[in-house]
Design a protein around this ligand. Structure first.
Ligand SMILES: C[S@@+](CC[C@H](N)C(=O)[O-])C[C@H]1O[C@@H](n2cnc3c(N)ncnc32)[C@H](O)[C@@H]1O
Length: 284
């Protein structure tokens, strides 16, 4: 077989394999055949040769100006496919609603509160991204168990990096003053404060209290860091809430990478505003 023909078959087979995988009708025999083609020793040598040559003669750099666009399209498509795969499984879901209403997030919280009977239950609520404390206060007021604990993490100096049209330093608020002694705040960058917090709260983090981890820091960096640090303490029935889940390059990307790379099974249980706010239940 000529090299050109092999390359053509390789390209077609990879494309084709993708289409089959996405359509959901996987023909096992066909996939096996495609794998034989892709992993043919000559083909592998050719692939390695091309990859090394592209490092020595970096032609791919002509695509550099479009790298953000390609990255965005990749994650946006992932998000769209994820939504279409999961939308019908979710009991409480408003997809599709033409207009977003930020207050709908409180409907989602109420739904979760009812579903898991969280009013009187001892919970460990950890919020990443407190700002003025709107969502933090909501949860604090709705739960009446004196054994519950509420922790709010934030720089309280605003975003540490740009997020969309919000520049570094925006969303800066003073630490909320609360009279409820179940609540406390941890000021500073999560990347600087979370490890110490974990080491000083091991007993609570390992306790039976259901953890509600509320990710509302907007940023990919903050979300992936916090989730990966709390990974060892996640247990069956814990809840993870996202406030900006359908932002492809931030919370969605962090969730996707976290669940895939840490082998976490998290089932979506409620979603509003076309998956802007989503709640997941952890299964271990
Ligand atoms: C959208 S606001 C939080 C809104 C709040 N939960 C509410 O309901 O109103 C996002 C917050 O995340 C904080 N934040 C983002 N990344 C952070 C990080 N790496 N460390 C600490 N705080 C961070 C910002 O300071 C900002 O106040």
């Amino acid at each position: 077989m000529t090299i050109a023909r092999r390359v053509l078959i390789l390209i077609l087979s990879i494309r084709f394999k993708h289409l089959i995988l996405y359509s959901g009708s996987i023909d096992v025999e066909l996939l096996k055949y495609l794998d034989i083609l892709i992993f043919d020793p000559y083909m592998l040598r050719l692939i390695k040769f091309c990859k090394d040559a592209l490092i020595a003669f970096p032609l791919t750099l002509v695509l550099l100006p479009f790298e953000k666009f390609f990255g965005f399209v990749y994650y946006y498509n992932k998000l769209v496919l994820w939504i279409w795969k999961n939308k019908s499984k979710i009991e409480f879901c408003d997809f599709y609603s033409p207009f977003r209403n930020y207050n709908k997030r409180y409907n989602l919280y109420n739904q979760i509160l009812k579903k898991y009977n969280l009013h009187g239950q001892a919970i460990c609520y950890i919020e990443f991204g407190v700002a003025s404390g709107a969502s933090f206060k909501w949860w604090l007021e709705k739960n009446s168990n004196q054994d519950s604990r509420f922790f709010g993490f934030d720089t309280f100096e605003g975003l540490p990096e740009k997020w969309g049209s919000f520049g570094q330093g925006s969303m800066s608020f003073t630490i909320p003053e609360l009279s409820d002694n179940r609540a406390s705040f941890v000021p500073g960058l999560f990347q600087n404060t979370l490890t110490t917090f974990i080491n000083t709260h091991l007993l609570l983090l390992n306790s039976e209290s259901r953890k509600i981890i509320h990710m509302d820091a907007d940023l990919y960096s903050a979300t992936i860091f916090s989730l990966s640090q709390l990974y060892p303490f996640l247990k069956e029935g814990d809840l993870i809430l996202y406030d900006e889940f359908n932002v492809a390059m931030h919370e969605f990307k962090a969730h996707d990478e976290f669940t895939r790379n840490f082998y976490i099974r998290a089932e979506p249980v409620a979603a509003v505003n076309n998956f802007y706010q989503v709640c997941f239940e952890v299964h271990k």
